[in-house]
Design a binder for this molecule. Sequence first.
Ligand code: COA
Length: 227
Amino acid sequence: MNKLAKRLTWIAAGAAVGVAVAKLSKKRGARSADPQGLRHSGTTVLETERLILRRFTLEDAEPMYQNWAHDPEVTKYLTWPPHQDVDVSEEIIDSWVSQYEKGNYYNWAIELKELGEPIGNISVVQRDDRARRAHIGYCLGKDWWHQGIMTEALGAVIKYLFREGYLRVESRHNVKNPHSGDVMKKCGMQYEGTFKGYEWDNSGIGDAAFYAILKEDYENTKGGACQ
Ligand SMILES: CC(C)(COP(=O)(O)OP(=O)(O)OC[C@H]1O[C@@H](n2cnc3c(N)ncnc32)[C@H](O)[C@@H]1OP(=O)(O)O)[C@@H](O)C(=O)NCCC(=O)NCCS
């Protein structure tokens, strides 16, 4: 090969490497941070003193049904009916599992470490990524109410969502279900007002009390009571 041919081969090889590197960094960039500053890591494992928050698997159908989803007392202020049998739980978990590959899907099983089973769930039920706002929903089996479990779970989720790049975490509850608001308050969320006749759940149409916390306030108060 003469000198010119050698030089042309080197230039071609260099260009190919350059294209590959550019493609890779573009891919990495898209995954690590979108234009709105969200990381989109999705449902990753979070651990607290008593809990592991993790993705659902199909094996969770039985404990989901037994521990909370069959119980009309648990679903009284929720929008879905109690599950009639374990197949309903399996179907819903199947639909959740298929969404886990999306980086913007946040839906955790709340596993109690000492039990080794999920006893409820906590998820982002609405998002506005341009406003960097996430709206949380949660529920827990009756056997574990009033032991600080949801406060522990919500605290971990708020912390994680702010790390993900969200600037506002909010939630709301039927005013007839005030303990849900107590959980929000305990996690440093501020009451923002009540919308009359705003929503329906299994108890009928009711007034909704709204709560939220902004990232800047969270950082100023070092995470409120939930740290
Ligand atoms: C509402 C719900 C999430 C509360 O979860 P929880 O783990 O029982 O709540 P916590 O133990 O963290 O309680 C936080 C605060 O709420 C209040 N509270 C909760 N349960 C209470 C009860 N049974 N009696 C009196 N106060 C209660 C207390 O002020 C408590 O603080 P404290 O422990 O310092 O006294 C749970 O009852 C539940 O899942 N209910 C069914 C589904 C539902 O309604 N989801 C919310 C829809 S908006």
